[in-house]
Design a protein around this ligand. Structure first.
Ligand code: G6P
Length: 611
């Protein structure tokens, strides 16, 4: 997730690009840069937010009518000035900005180094631009031809813009997998990751399709396929107002992030497993696999939603890899003199990678000799840097304070980790592994289907928006989902909510149940289904108002519940990825109906860096 913007026309490019970068900052903000083409090809870049780049540029000559800019969310290489985009080729004659991941960058880099290319950054993007330069040198071809040939060699996702000193007044863009939109003005063109940098200049846009190459020169735009076949651009009129598209058309970042989950779950699996196969590829695990195999215990430390993802992992790892797991609140663990040995592995889970208690807990475990594995979303964050090994979740920046897509990305990565350990230890059969990889590939489609419940859930939210309390119940893999559902509601609607293991309800919360108490029961078809049906009967006998999340086609529970939400069937171990979706939507709609500030709930912060 990065933001890209470019301009070619008759105006000063730099102010347009900087304004555009501000609008795209939600896509990433660890560093930013611009390249300006005006006789020379100048690149200026800075670690930090776009505002810092702006200050840095204040003393520079930025006069140019062609240029491009980038705001980065690091994937390859920590956030710093060198890893920021744009990236020059070795000769500094070509520059590129890139949003995406080039998966075969290591092999390409080795080849290019043998050809004499020199690399300065840790990024996959610098490989891309040197590949273009190498092809152009070898083939004595145009920049356009060199870019086209390079696109045949890279594997992965990209939206790119390329400028060359040797091709003044020319701008080349291409996409596969990452978004790219072209704005068409009077003798001027705009390129961006979404329409926000464009809307105030023109409302005529072309959404670039995968495998298309856009060449803008001599006041004209031409689109060709990667196979060099001319494509007819489909020019669309933007109907949206500037305000409404700043969150990608969604009213709140939280809603946008809920709806991004089919994509973010896919991103967190990308390159890590093959469809229906038994080949798992987690780089961080590979180096420490023997430690995992010999581990006597795994301790998971985390806070908030990440702690709930850790609870799902407890079920996953014990089930698939047969290693005992303990899930700890980082803030408790760090102060209770825990027993830790060198044969323990501590997994620290954190979206931000900056949560102070989680960081302190892992430092404590490290000092006692445990191996530390991190699962973070923010690349280069403190926790990611403090671990021995780890896996990024690649969910993209999460801006809404209530975590949604980060949770499903964490659960996806933890599932892959449990599968890796189970495969390596021999506790997970090949047949089960293949079943799980096939079903994991189906999860984004099933999440997409669950998101279609939105209107239905809005109606349920209307009914319950004014209640003072909620109870959430689940068993097995759905118990952490109950906790997460209750947390979401508390965080953003300020309604008191409790998540409980469904059977444990009898030991306390059942006393609260009367005809005014809504009880959300996650009751999908799994190994504890019959038991959950009995728990629903217990709630019903006390006149509780039942909202049941069930598997599609269930005929038993609908006869008992006031509201039924049907989610697609999936493997029991993967169900949290699907069953959490309606709970996120329910909390969102209740909060909106209550007039709460969904994206910035009172008293909360996205990243808690104090203990
Ligand atoms: C804060 C956030 C939560 C998050 C928790 C842990 O409380 O508001 O959304 O789950 O911190 O954050 P982390 O970045 O470590 O996952």
């Amino acid at each position: 997730m990065c933001g890209i913007v470019a301009y070619l026309g008759h105006r000063e490019a730099c102010p347009i690009i900087l304004k555009g970068l501000h609008r795209l900052e939600y896509r990433g903000y660890d560093s930013a840069g611009v390249a300006l083409l005006n006789g020379t090809l100048s690149v200026y870049k800075k670690k930090g937010k776009v505002a810092e780049l702006e200050n840095f540029l204040a003393t520079k000559d930025t006069h140019a009518t062609v240029g491009m800019g980038h705001t980065r969310w690091a994937t390859h290489g920590e956030p710093n000035d060198v890893n920021a985009h744009p990236h020059y080729s070795s000769s500094e004659r070509i520059a590129i900005i890139h949003n995406g991941i080039i998966e075969n960058y290591a092999a390409l880099k080795t080849h290019l180094e043998q050809q004499g290319h020199v690399f300065h950054s840790d990024t996959d993007t610098e490989v891309f631009v040197n590949l273009i330069e190498e092809i152009q040198t070898q083939n004595h071809c145009t920049l356009e031809e060199a870019v086209r040939l390079a696109l045949h060699e890279v594997i992965g996702a990209y939206a790119i813009v390329v400028l060359s000193k040797d091709a003044p007044d020319q701008l080349i863009a291409a996409r596969k997998g990452s978004p790219l939109v072209i704005g068409i003005g009077e003798g001027e063109f705009f390129v961006a990751s979404d329409a926000t940098p464009i809307i105030e200049y023109t409302n005529e846009v072309v959404y670039v399709n995968d495998y298309e190459l856009v060449v803008i020169k001599d006041g004209q735009m031409a689109i060709r396929s990667r196979e060099d076949v001319v494509q007819t651009p489909y020019i669309q009129r933007l109907e949206l107002e500037l305000d409404s598209i700043e969150k990608g058309g969604y009213e709140h970042f939280m809603l946008k992030e809920i709806f991004e989950q089919p994509r973010s779950i896919l991103d967190s699996m990308r390159g890590r497993l093959e469809l229906g196969g038994s080949h798992l590829n987690m780089a961080g695990f590979r180096a420490y696999e023997q430690k995992f195999v010999n581990a006597q215990r795994i301790i998971i430390v985390a806070c908030g939603t990440s702690w709930h993802a850790g609870l799902v992992a407890e079920y996953l790892i014990e089930d698939l890899a047969r290693i005992p797991v303990e899930v700890e609140y980082a803030s408790e663990f760090r102060y209770r003199n825990p027993v830790i040995s060198e044969r323990d592995i501590v997994i620290a889970i954190s979206q931000s990678g900056e949560t102070a208690d989680t960081l302190a807990a892992l430092e404590l475990a490290k000092s006692k000799g445990a191996t530390i594995f991190g699962i973070c979303n923010v690349v280069g964050s403190s926790i990611a840097r403090a671990t021995d090994a780890g896996a990024y979740t690649h969910a993209g920046p999460e801006i809404g304070v209530a975590s949604t897509k980060a949770f499903t990305a964490q659960v996806t990565v933890l599932t892959l980790l449990a599968m890796c350990i189970g495969q390596r230890k021999g506790t997970l059969s090949d047949t089960r592994l293949r079943e799980l990889t096939t079903e994991l590939h189906n999860i984004p489609t099933k999440v997409e289907k669950a998101l279609k419940l939105d209107t239905e859930i809005q109606e349920i939210a209307e009914t319950f928006k004014d209640v003072p309390n909620f109870l959430y119940l689940g068993r097995g893999y759905n118990f952490p989902v109950a906790l997460e559902g209750a947390l979401k509601l508390k965080e953003i609607s300020y309604i008191h909510a409790e998540g409980y293991p469904a059977a444990e309800m009898k030991h306390g919360p059942i006393a609260l149940i009367d005809e005014n108490m809504p009880v959300v029961v996650i009751a999908t078809k799994d190994s504890s289904y019959e038991k959950v049906v009995s728990n629903i009967q217990e709630v019903k006998a006390r006149k509780g108002r039942i909202i049941a999340v069930v598997t599609e086609g269930d005929t038993t529970i609908p006869a008992m519940a006031e509201f039924v939400i049907e989610v697609p069937a999936t493997s029991e171990v993967l169900m949290p990825l699907v069953s959490v979706i309606p709970l996120q939507l329910l909390s969102y709609h209740i909060a909106v109906l209550r007039g709460c500030n969904v994206d910035q709930p009172r008293n909360l912060a996205k990243s808690v860096t104090v203990e």
